[in-house]
Ligand binder design. Structure first.
Ligand code: ATP
Ligand code: MG
Length: 318
């Protein structure tokens, strides 16, 4: 367990008779990005709040930064930084004052506080706005200030609850770059997101949270492999060529209306080549050939929708 920044076993949390987390396990190696992905109400924020000591779990064992969450929450707090789902920025004071307030909370000296604040404001491209009230900042600027504030104490483990929700595509890419740089410096990041693209872009590992349970866990590639649906589609304009193709490829599912055939495939070069060879030797020329590999959207809908996929994987991939 020593190289795990976060290790949770059997985390449970209920509010009244509503079970929010129904026994979840998480393992996040140091220096990696872990994404907790799930629809609204899945329990993402609840998990982050438990892991960051803001609320306590009803059951389960958790170690964060090598410290037991229940036995030594103070040590955990000293090792982590948290950027909540909703901004912690005080709009009435300036960006710089927000930063200095954080420096105070971390017991930095006045001088050290100013140095760290100036450095982080610079790094997050907020130097120019530093003396303006934070209420005048755009959503992207506020989010950057939020993360800058989280970094004041130089945490080794950072929790980011929906860091890019509400940001435009450019600000989102800036945020991704910031998160990647954190990890280059050896920091461990656990983030939550509703964006599959974000998990796909950033995360070394992804856990899909649904109904209080982890529906699947693994790299983006591993998760995509859980879902059937990779196929090659051949479209024809000539009905005779289409008919020839249906007899040459008896395993294909056919759509006689649109003259298209769909052949299950993992999209690999080897499978494509063998398909093309079969078409060639039968003298068949399709008008259009497209390769479809399942994306994280397919995974997400299959795992969190509860319909469509007959054999929904219950076991996490490890
Ligand atoms: N303090 C609380 N008291 C009662 N129920 C709560 C409390 N906090 C959360 N819940 C419930 O727990 C469930 C999970 O909430 P949580 O905020 O963890 O979801 P989430 O995955 O973060 O959702 P979102 O994507 O909307 O942020 C929801 O049904 C919510 O209503
Ligand atoms: Mg939330």
């Amino acid at each position: 367990m020593t190289d795990l920044a976060i290790a949770a076993n059997g985390l449970r949390k209920s509010y009244g008779d509503k079970t929010v987390l129904d026994g979840i396990d998480l393992a996040v190696p140091e220096g990696t990005i872990f994404a907790l992905l799930g629809p609204n109400g899945a329990g993402k924020t609840t998990a982050v709040k438990i892991l960051s000591t803001l609320i306590t779990a009803d059951a389960g064992e958790t170690r964060v930064g090598g410290h037991d969450l229940a036995a030594d929450p103070q040590a955990v707090r000293a090792a982590i930084g948290v950027t909540g789902q909703f901004s912690a920025v005080d709009g009435l004071i300036t960006g710089e004052e927000n930063m200095l307030l954080m420096a105070d909370l971390h017991h930095l000296s006045k001088r050290e506080g100013r140095r760290v604040a100036a450095e982080l404001l610079e790094r997050f491209d907020l130097t120019e706005a530093a003396k303006k009230p934070a209420s005048t900042y755009s959503g992207g600027m506020k989010r950057r200030l939020d993360i800058a504030m989280t970094l004041v104490g130089s945490p080794r483990i950072i929790f980011l609850d929906e860091p890019t929700t509400g940001l435009d595509p450019r600000s989102r890419h800036t945020m991704w770059q910031i998160i990647r740089e954190l990890v280059t410096d050896g920091v461990t990041v656990l983030l939550t997101t509703q964006y599959l693209e974000e998990a796909d872009e950033l995360a070394d590992r992804i856990a899909v949270l649904n109904d209080g349970k982890i529906a699947a866990q693994g790299s983006a590639e591993e998760l995509k492999r859980l879902i059937p649906g990779g196929h090659v589609r051949l479209r024809f304009t000539d009905p005779a060529a289409y008919q020839n193709a249906t007899s040459a490829l008896p395993e294909a599912s056919r759509d006689d209306e649109s003259l298209t055939l769909q052949i299950p495939s993992d999209g690999s070069q080897r499978e494509l080549r063998s398909l093309l060879d079969r078409l060639d030797s039968a003298g068949i020329e399709a008008d259009e050939l497209t390769v479809h590999t399942p994306d994280l959207d397919d995974v997400f809908f299959a795992l969190t929708g509860g319909t469509g996929i007959p054999n929904q994987p219950k076991e996490a991939v490890r």
